[in-house]
Design a protein around this ligand. Sequence first.
Ligand SMILES: [Zn+2]
Ligand SMILES: [Zn+2]
Length: 254
Amino acid sequence: MRCGTPQGRLWVRDHAVWCRQCVREDLLEGDEPWERRSWRTGAAVFCERHRRVLEEACPRCNKIGKGCLFLSDKGRMQPLCAVKGDKINLWGDVSNDQFPWGLTIDRTISRCVNALSIDLCRSLVGQTLHAQWRGVSRERRLTTIVEELTLMILITIDYLPRPQPPLCWMLEQSDWKAAFHYTPAMLPVPLAAGIIMLASVVLSDHQFFEDRVFWDPSECQIACEPLTPETYVMWLHPKVRSWGRYLISAPFGV
Ligand SMILES: [Zn+2]
Ligand SMILES: [Zn+2]
């Protein structure tokens, strides 16, 4: 996978994720499942075509990152479970996607998330962005801003996973701890999806929206508060609130 800069390596997932609907179509058309390259980036959390959050747990063994689903057998890719050794059934119904903070996918949010995912991928390889995002400048890349936002959210929800950067990346750094940043690629997909959803709203121009996005920052089961940069900052942990305020007051970038 191309990731441009060494920092970009932190945006690559170390395991496969997939859209069940896309893989079903592969099986109907050509009998072989194939992993889309874009699914390996932490910037990808939804399938844009099917408006579904990407899955990461094997439907057969329920495990993540065991190499299930895209297995080569006798020269062909097979939808096999690497743990149990048998075929994976992808045809059953799946429960509806659950996102943190009462967020739900509708047309507005899916448009916005998709625009952010595309631009994050472009930012990772140094290409010019399609949309305008807060705080982006020649010196500050979109990926850096989303990394900061990710850290703020992880501090707010008191969830800091142990850093597990790729070994090849660590070997390239003189001081890997100083160079390390949390990225959505290191998080469970539903949490990463929640973070990318929040980021897409607070970093984009509100003109972009057709409708308001509602959320439930206090998790009282009713998504009734409009999600705005201001409500986002108020929700942040007091320790990172002024950092968040600085981030959302930045001008829209080039
Ligand atoms: Zn799909
Ligand atoms: Zn499995």
